[in-house]
Write a protein of this length. Structure first.
Length: 305
């Protein structure tokens, strides 16, 4: 049997895990490694990528920066989350605001230190990344359009850290990034529809609050249709091999998504749409392997992309 003190400590750990959304960070780390192996550095052996110490530091620094971003975002959104996510908010509030800030600054300091193992350029990159996350959480998040664009940009920025490391500017990289950016941007706008009550109560000037749900749905529809552009380039012009199955499937899912969007009026409806997009993003991470599945079988590429 756990003592009362041990139970209290365990609850604090679970609460902090919820604050930093610890379930997301391993997925992001996996996405970075798979992107490095199959997209960002296709000329390198997979084992060399996995054993690259500098890449490991970049992935760790990215995960810690994202965790600190969730902390500062949670810190500023505590009142809004009481309305939008009451159950999660109760769990998150088991850790005091003071403790959250202490962990936030400690994690950022660790990122700053370990980035020196890579280069001064890495230190500069993560310093700017940390600042942008704070500025988004503090100011930009409450602004229509700008908040959504910034959140989406910050979500794909860790992949550009690896891109800068390998210095490989393949055109298909930007097609992949554009598709991911659009999916995340659509998800951010769905979250605004999902959280409209809390946004109104806390004076967040989001698109649904300022211009109405109908206008927001029109923009989401336009963005969803725009995903056809990067999908066309990835499937018809660039070589993604078996990953085209994922992109064709995504198009079918997004058609269903749009049909459901225009029938949605309540939070549970928007939550379902949010989860559909999250599933597309997460499944896309694992489907990167389909670009060259021979790597898993033979440990090396049989086809140079």
């Amino acid at each position: 049997m756990l003592s009362r003190k041990s139970k209290h400590l365990l609850l604090k750990i679970v609460s902090m895990f919820s604050v930093v959304r610890g379930y997301n960070i391993p997925i992001i780390a996996l996405a970075q490694y798979l992107s490095a192996i199959f997209i960002l550095a296709p000329e390198k052996r997979a084992l060399d990528v996995l054993l690259d110490f500098n890449l490991f530091i970049i992935v760790i620094a990215s995960g810690l920066t994202i965790a600190s971003g969730y902390i500062i975002n949670n810190f500023y959104d505590s009142k809004k989350d009481l309305i939008n996510r009451p159950n999660k908010s109760k769990l998150d509030r088991l850790v005091s605001q003071k403790t959250k800030l202490q962990v936030y600054f400690t994690v950022n300091f660790i990122v700053f230190l370990i980035a020196f193992f890579v280069s001064f350029r890495a230190v500069l990159f993560f310093s700017v990344y940390i600042f942008l996350i704070w500025f988004y959480s503090h100011k930009l998040k409450k602004m229509p359009f700008i908040g959504n664009l910034t959140a989406s940009f910050l979500a794909v920025l860790p992949f550009f850290a690896i891109l800068l490391y390998y210095k490989n500017l393949y055109p298909q990289i930007f097609a992949h990034a554009s598709f991911l950016f659009l999916l995340i941007l659509i998800r951010e706008m769905i979250k605004d529809l999902e959280n409209i009550k809390g946004d109104i109560a806390n004076d967040y000037q989001t698109i649904p609050v300022m211009y109405g749900e109908g206008f927001s749905k029109k923009i989401i529809t336009l963005l969803t249709v725009s995903t056809v552009i990067p999908i066309y380039f990835l499937v018809e012009i660039f070589e993604v091999r078996y990953m085209d199955i994922y992109f064709y499937t995504s198009m079918i899912v997004l058609i269903f998504f749009l049909q459901k969007l225009w029938k949605s009026n309540y939070k549970p409806d928007y939550l379902l749409l949010h989860n559909i997009l999250k599933l597309l993003v997460v499944s896309g991470v694992f489907c990167i392997i389909l670009i060259n599945p021979e790597v898993l079988i033979h440990g090396k590429r049989l086809l140079r992309l």
